[in-house]
Design a protein around this ligand. Structure first.
Ligand code: ADP
Ligand code: MG
Length: 480
C-alpha cells in the first residue's frame, strides 16, 4: 500500500530581548546556573509579572512578515503542570487568543516549485528552566536561568508532506526570524527548537491518521532523520495490523530512533485559565505602525531585488540572500567593485571555497567585503586578469592586505599597452617559425586550437600579465 506523510511543526523561537518576558532579569546565555532567575520568574507569592514591550514588538514584526492578522486583543493564560524545571507549577502562555493569527510562508521544493505553507498561529510565552542530566551522577541538576525567557511559539498547519518539506519550512522560519533580528537563531544554545507532529495515511484518504509528536529537535539534520525514522515506524505498525498511539516521542540521535516518552496530554489536562495577574494585551494600530516602520527587508523581497537590481540568476540570488550577513556582505562588495555579476562569482566561488576549506564562517572571514570589492574592481577595470586575481586573493587571505597594495608591490599590473604586447607577440612568432608555418598551412578548423600554443607562449613571456583578449586578437591578425 502507498502511504502519504503528514507533518505539522511547532517551533519555539527565543526572542532577543535583553530581559525576560515578565521580569527585569537578564536573558544572557551561559551565566552561572541559578543566578538569573528572580522572584517573578519563580512565581513567588506576592510578586506580579509585567509584560516586556520588546517581546510584543518582536511578535508583531513576525506576524507582519508572514502576512498574518495581529490580534488587537490577546490574553495570557496559565498552563498548569508540575515539573522540576517549572517549580512554580504553571507556565504563562497564550491559549485561546494568541497575538498572531493565521499567516503563511513559501518554501522552495526540490523540483524548483514553490509551495505555500500555512501558519496557524504564533503566541507569546515564557520558557521553563533546564534539567541537566549529564553533569551529575544519579542526580538531575536544575538551572532556572532560562525560566521566564521570552518565546514565540509558531504553529504550522499540517501542510508538510515529507521530512524534506519540513526542513525547508523550518529553515524558512529560521531565515525570517534572523532577518528580522527577533531571534539570534543559535540552535546549539537552544534559541530555535522544533517539535514535529507526524502521521501517515493511505494515499487518497481524506482523514488524517493518528499523530505522534517528536519533541525538542535542535538541528535541521535531526529534524529530518527523526521524521524519516518515525514515518517508517508508523508504517510498520500499521502494516502489521497495529495502531499508532497518540503520544510524545523523543528522538535519540545516537541510536537514530524515536522512543515513547509519555502519552499525549489533552488540553484539558493543563487546566488553562486566563492569568489573573496580567491584563489582556491590547494593541493599537499606531503601535503596529510604529513597530513595522523599521522593519528590515525580508529574504523574499531581497532575493527578488538581487535578481532585478544586480541581474543575478535566481539561483545566485537565492544563495546570496540565504542569510542576512551574507546578503549584507555581498552588497558591500558590489558597492566597491561596481561589477555585480563578477562580485557574485568571486564571493560564491573563491571566497566561499576558501571559507569552507578553512572551516570558517563569513562573520570571521580574513578578507573583508571592502577588500574583496577592491580586488573585483581591479579585475573589472582590466588592471589584472582573473588568473592573477586568484594569486592576489590568496595573498589577501594570508596577510589581510588590500588588493592594490599587493598588485603594486609585486608588479602584477596587467599589460594593456598594445605596442608592448605586440613586441612580445613578434618575439614569440620569430622564435617559433616552424609552428607559424604549420599554422598557416593547417585546416582552418584546427587553427583555433593551434592558436592556444602561441597564446601560452606570450602569456609565459609576459609572466601572465599580458591582457589575454588583446593577445588573442593580435595573434589572430598576425597569423591570419
Ligand atoms: P497540540 O496543541 O495538542 O499540540 P494542535 O492541534 O495545536 O495540537 O496541533 C499541533 C501541531 O500538530 C500543528 O502543527 C498541527 O499542524 C499538527 N497536526 C495536527 N494534526 C496532525 C496530524 N494528524 N498529523 C500531523 N500533524 C498534525
Ligand atoms: Mg503540541
Amino acid at each position: 500500500m502507498a502511504w502519504e506523510t503528514v507533518i505539522g511543526l511547532e517551533i519555539h523561537v527565543q526572542l532577543t530581548t535583553k530581559s525576560k518576558i515578565f521580569s527585569g532579569a537578564s536573558t544572557r546565555f551561559g551565566a552561572e546556573p541559578n543566578t538569573q532567575a528572580c522572584l517573578v520568574d519563580l512565581g513567588f507569592p506576592g510578586v506580579l509579572p509585567v509584560l516586556n514591550e520588546g517581546a510584543v514588538r518582536r511578535a508583531v514584526l513576525f506576524g507582519t512578515a508572514i502576512e498574518a492578522e495581529i490580534a488587537r486583543r490577546s490574553v495570557f493564560a496559565r498552563k498548569n503542570y508540575f515539573y522540576p524545571d517549572l517549580p512554580k507549577g504553571y507556565q504563562i502562555s497564550q491559549y485561546e487568543l494568541p497575538i498572531v493569527g493565521r499567516g503563511h510562508v513559501e518554501i522552495l521544493l526540490e523540483n524548483g516549485e514553490r509551495k505555500r505553507i500555512g501558519v496557524t498561529r504564533a503566541h507569546l510565552e515564557e520558557d521553563a528552566g533546564k534539567s541537566l542530566h549529564e553533569d551529575f551522577h544519579g542526580y538531575t541538576g536544575i538551572d532556572l536561568n532560562r525560566a521566564g525567557t521570552p518565546l514565540l511559539e509558531i504553529v504550522s498547519e499540517p501542510d508538510l508532506r515529507s521530512a524534506k518539506e519540513a526542513v525547508a519550512y523550518a529553515k524558512k522560519i529560521h531565515q525570517i526570524v534572523t532577518y528580522l533580528g527577533i531571534c539570534d537563531g543559535n540552535m546549539q544554545e537552544g534559541s530555535f527548537r522544533m517539535d514535529a507532529n507526524v502521521s501517515v495515511r493511505p494515499v487518497g484518504r481524506k482523514e488524517f491518521g493518528t499523530r505522534t509528536e517528536l519533541k525538542n529537535l535542535n538541528s535541521f539534520r535531526f529534524l529530518e532523520r527523526a521524521i524519516d525514522f518515525e514515518v517508517e515506524r508508523q508504517i510498520d505498525v500499521l502494516e502489521s495490523g497495529g495502531q499508532v498511539v497518540q503520544e510524545t516521542r523523543l528522538y535519540d540521535a545516537q541510536k537514530d530512533e524515536t522512543r515513547s516518552m509519555r502519552t499525549k496530554e489533552e488540553a484539558n489536562d493543563y487546566r488553562y485559565f486566563p492569568d489573573p495577574d496580567l491584563l489582556p494585551l491590547v494593541i493599537e494600530d499606531a503601535f503596529i505602525e510604529e513597530t513595522v516602520k523599521g522593519m528590515p527587508e525580508l529574504p523574499e523581497a531581497r532575493r527578488r531585488r538581487f535578481e532585478e537590481e544586480y541581474g543575478l540568476s535566481a539561483y545566485d540570488a537565492e544563495v546570496l540572500t540565504a542569510t542576512r550577513p551574507q546578503a549584507d556582505y555581498y552588497e558591500a562588495v558590489v558597492a566597491v567593485a561596481g561589477d555585480a555579476k563578477l562580485a557574485a562569482n568571486w564571493m560564491m566561488v573563491e571566497l566561499f571555497g576558501a571559507l569552507n576549506k578553512a572551516g570558517l564562517s563569513l562573520e570571521v572571514s580574513p578578507v573583508s567585503a571592502e577588500a574583496l570589492g577592491g580586488l573585483v574592481k581591479r579585475i573589472a577595470d582590466d588592471t589584472i586578469s582573473g588568473k592573477i586575481a586568484k594569486t592576489v586573493f590568496e595573498e589577501m587571505w594570508r596577510s589581510g592586505r588590500a588588493a592594490d597594495e599587493i598588485i603594486e608591490e609585486k608588479g602584477l599590473r596587467q599589460i594593456t599597452d598594445s605596442s608592448a604586447i605586440e613586441a612580445i607577440v613578434d618575439e614569440v612568432l620569430a622564435e617559433n617559425a616552424q609552428q607559424v608555418e604549420n599554422y598557416r598551412n593547417a585546416d582552418p578548423k584546427k587553427q583555433p586550437k593551434m592558436l592556444g600554443f602561441f597564446v601560452g607562449q606570450v602569456m609565459k613571456k609576459s609572466q601572465g600579465k599580458a591582457n589575454p583578449r588583446q593577445v588573442n586578437e593580435l595573434l589572430r591578425n598576425k597569423l591570419g
